[in-house]
Design a protein around this ligand. Sequence first.
Ligand SMILES: *[C@@H]1O[C@H](CO)[C@@H](O)[C@H](O)[C@H]1NC(C)=O
Ligand SMILES: *[C@@H]1O[C@H](CO)[C@@H](O)[C@H](O)[C@H]1NC(C)=O
Ligand SMILES: *[C@@H]1O[C@H](CO)[C@@H](O)[C@H](O)[C@H]1NC(C)=O
Ligand SMILES: *[C@@H]1O[C@H](CO)[C@@H](O)[C@H](O)[C@H]1NC(C)=O
Length: 322
Amino acid sequence: MKPTSSSSSFQASTLCTPYLLLVPLGLLAAVLVLPSLGSSHVRSDGLGVVLCPVLPATEAAASGAEKKADDASPTTAPEFRLLVGVLTTPARHERRDIVRLAYALQPPAPAYAHVDVRFVFCDVADPTERVLVSLEAARHGDVLILNCTENMNDGKTHEYFSSVPRLFAAAPYDYVMKTDDDTYLRVAAMAEELRPKPRRDVYLGHGFAVGDDPMPFMHGMGYVVSWDVAAWVSDNEDILRHNDTHGPEDLLFGKWLGIGGRGKNRYSLKPRMYDLNWYMDNFRPDTVAVHMLKDNRRWAAAFRYFNVTQEVNSSSTLYHLP
Ligand SMILES: *[C@@H]1O[C@H](CO)[C@@H](O)[C@H](O)[C@H]1NC(C)=O
Ligand SMILES: *[C@@H]1O[C@H](CO)[C@@H](O)[C@H](O)[C@H]1NC(C)=O
Ligand SMILES: *[C@@H]1O[C@H](CO)[C@@H](O)[C@H](O)[C@H]1NC(C)=O
Ligand SMILES: *[C@@H]1O[C@H](CO)[C@@H](O)[C@H](O)[C@H]1NC(C)=O
């Protein structure tokens, strides 16, 4: 039985499926890199690398509760598989710690959905970050490194969506999501939204209206496409030929799909995907994703609102020994 919860994506067992390479810690420098998408002749060796933990799966697993959820229905195949890529940068270790906790401490995704969460980097060039990111990869096994130079509006999203179909060709997902490290995604709520949706030609997120078009593109806080759409982006040489990967990634993504006539099954999850306002008073109980969690205070507000944990409030809770 594949783990079914979002949080179990942090288990080594989820990640180290046979089509991925097991990469010892010291070899990070030697790995990664997908062939350039611009040159189709290298397309065939399109093998990227997902870094796997060196710890045994049991140690890498975050908690016993997740395992219980997995064991409960050992033979049920999930109805769909979702890959969530959290685009982040190497130096943001503290933020990643918080985001990891955010995913790990959520209620598990329902059994009908298999959800994997990965932190997505471009090439880790800095020697210090290379070592530190290797540690993270070894401990958590949730790191995906692409062949690109770190950037936000200079093609990273394109690299992500075009690499994933080749990286995971042996075991395709049904949906691929892109999100950021200032977004709190409630995985179970997203899974519930996706369950009745078509599995093909889907483009779902927080739609932006422009003129008469209710949603020519989805807000960059997080959007989902079906696997066929990601595969289309991956195969589409025109996007690169027209140098159409520089600029606001969310708007460009919608533009590619618009030109290509893809993602015709469009869904806007407004208002359940939204920006947290300045006063932090517009949280909603039915949230799918809340964005603009740009500092620890705002993350704390989200955890508090969603009752993620009880606050420690006295030395007796902090220092209580059994
Ligand atoms: C990575 O991308 C660069 C630039 O597109 C390309 O020249 C290089 O061959 C790629 N590396 C690999 C291993 O595919
Ligand atoms: C592509 O666009 C970027 C940003 O607009 C620009 O810097 C770059 O020179 C362009 N490259 C080509 C090959 O046109
Ligand atoms: C959090 O807990 C409080 C108190 O039990 C409850 O009223 C509230 O609805 C919960 N919030 C959410 C988002 O579930
Ligand atoms: C600590 O929080 C708990 C509820 O989480 C509450 O019952 C208790 O009174 C609090 N203690 C103090 C000292 O504030």
